[in-house]
Structures are given as C-alpha cells and as structure tokens.
Design a protein around this ligand. Structure first.
Ligand SMILES: [Zn+2]
Ligand SMILES: [Zn+2]
Length: 338
C-alpha cells in the first residue's frame, strides 16, 4: 500500500475518533455505554412484544405488525454487531450472554451470533476477498440476476443454491493458502451448526406456510387451515419481519462493500457510503447501515448510535480523502472497485 494511502486512512480514523470524543464530551450520557446498550435492548424487545400483542388482539393489521417488528429488530441487529465487538458488558459475561441470546431469539433467520462473531472479525481482516464469508454469504460480489434477488433475504436458499460453486472456490482458496486450515475447520462447523437451533426450522416453517397458503388459495383450505393457524403467529411475529429486514440489510451491505479487486488492507477501497434518497425505504429497516457502516471500517470499537450521531461530520472527512459515495456503477460491476 502506498504511503499516501496509509496516511489518508490514518487521517480519516483520527478525524472520526475526534468527532466521537467531542460528542462524548458534549453529552455525558454517551459515556454510559453499558446502560445505553441495555436500554436500547430492553426498549426494542418491549416494542416488539407490544406490536405483537396489538396484532394478536386485532388492534393493528398483519402488515403493520410485520413492518413495526422489522423496524425494531433492526436496532437489535446493530446491538448484535456491537456485542460481537464486545462493546457492552464485556466484564459481565452473564449479562453479555443474555444480550447475545436476546438479539438472536428475535432475529433467528440468520447465523447465530456466537458463530457470526468469528466471521465478522474475519470480515474486518479480509474484507472484499474470496474468503470474506460473511459478505459473500449475503451475495456481495455476485452478478445481478434473479438468483441474487432470491438469495438476498434467504440465507438457507442462498447456501443451497450456490453450494456447488462456492464450495469449489473456497476449497481452492484453502489449497492456495488463502484460507488457513483452522479457519476452514471453523467454516465446516459453521455450515453444520451456524443456523441452529432456530434458523433452519423457521425457514422450513416459512416454506411450509407458503405451500399451505398456495393450497388454500386453490380451495384445499379444509386440510390446510389447522396448520396455517399454527404457523401464522410465527410468520407475522418472527419470520416475515426478519425476511424484510434481511432483504433491506443484505441489499445495502452487499452493495456498499467492494469485492474481488481491492488492495489488501486498503480501508478506503473496502466500502462506499450509500445514502442517496431512494435508499431511505431500505435504510428504515437496517438503521441507516449504508450511510454508517463505512465509518465503522475506519473506527471499529464504537457503538452504532455514536456512529449515527457522528455520520454527517465523518462523511466530510471521508469524502475529502477519497472514500466513494453512491457509486451505483458498483451494482453493474458485481461490486468490483475498478
Ligand atoms: Zn463491513
Ligand atoms: Zn464490525
């Protein structure tokens, strides 16, 4: 990496850190990180329960309940990411694990956080490479097609439909020394257990629900009604909100990370900032991820709400040093930087 690039990366990181420090000096509540994390955690879960109870009692329609829960689980996703970086209750393993459990139970259609922890740290080390399992898992680097559209929200289909091609690529990377043996072992373990105990059973319930709904549509409702009645609360309260949230998050994240042709360790090339007006509907369900995740690549150990508060000022520095903004050409280039 050129000296000039290294200097730019350092300047961006220092600049963003300074904005964070100024914010903490101005608002003392921001220094109480554990309390902030636990408050957001409890309020989000309370809001999810309220939405579900209102639907259960026919106060709000299904679509409203699904949209509300999708919105509140996006806070839990950000908390999960912060927990993966051990930003809350690091010295209190019991509370830490309780929070890890909470952010998993309400977002069960994704990798369990205990497995994701490994691959997320790996992502920071190997962003944009062939072995960046976390981002490749959500379609980063794929050409646009119907396949990419289908696999964006659905991690199980994403795995099943691409397994032959991806496993060949990863095995080759392992043979070339791009993926260490212990990491390869961890990947095998992740494939076997990463979507358990909740993910795979709930995806299967979702496919069953779709099949039964189709049968009911064609007049077989006498046979399908009891099973549909059983599945519906899971679909409205858990499955549909998370599929919508995952669609929005994975669409944004897989396109704001670059893939395949970036310089190793060059943080400026790893991501872009996506904050155009038309991304607002997606950002509503992923806590403004496209506007703030690039900041996280420069300054890792800060909580998501601080990153959000610092976003506008951080963007000025990032733009000055050449971080790309709203590079929609990346969609056509299968997320290649060049
Ligand atoms: Zn990233
Ligand atoms: Zn991270």
């Amino acid at each position: 990496m050129q000296l000039e690039t290294q200097t730019s990366i350092r300047e961006i990181s220092l600049g963003i850190k300074k904005i964070h420090e100024d914010l903490r000096a101005k608002y003392s509540i921001l220094s109480h990180q554990n309390i902030m994390g636990f408050l957001i955690f409890s309020l989000s879960i309370a809001a999810i329960f309220c939405s579900f109870i209102m639907w259960w009692n026919s106060i709000i329609p299904s679509w409203a309940c699904i949209a509300l829960i999708a919105f509140f689980t996006s806070f839990l996703h950000e908390l999960e990411h912060d927990l993966i970086h051990e930003l809350y209750f690091k010295k209190y393993p019991l509370i830490y694990q309780l929070m890890m459990f909470g952010v998993y139970v309400f977002r069960p259609l994704t990798l369990s956080p205990w497995y994701r922890k490994f691959w997320h740290h790996y992502h920071h080390q190997n962003s944009g490479t062939i072995t960046d399992i976390e981002e490749r898992g959500v379609s980063n680097g794929e050409k646009w097609s119907l396949l990419r559209l289908i696999i964006i929200p659905d991690l199980l289909l994403s795995f099943v439909l691409r397994y032959p091609r991806l496993s060949k690529e990863i095995k080759m990377a392992h043979q070339n020394g791009e993926l260490k043996s212990e990491d390869f072992k961890q990947l095998k373990k992740t494939i076997l257990f990463g979507m358990l105990p909740l993910g795979i059973p709930l995806y299967l319930m979702w496919y069953l629900y779709l099949g039964l709904s189709l049968l009911a549509y064609f007049g077989f409702d006498l046979y399908t009604a009891p099973m549909l009645t059983f599945c519906t609360p899971f679909v409205v309260g858990l499955i549909a909100p998370n599929l919508i949230r995952q669609f929005c998050l994975h669409f944004i994240t897989s396109n704001m990370h670059y893939y395949g042709d970036i310089e190793k360790g060059n943080v400026i090339e790893q991501t872009q900032v996506l904050n155009a007006w038309w991304t607002i509907p997606f950002h509503l369900f992923c806590f403004n991820f496209g506007a703030t995740h690039a900041i996280h690549h420069f300054v890792v150990n800060e909580p998501f709400y601080l990153r959000q508060l610092a976003a506008a000022k951080s963007h000025v520095i990032m733009r000055n040093y050449g971080v790309r903004f709203n590079d929609f050409g990346s969609f056509k280039r299968a997320n290649r930087y060049h």
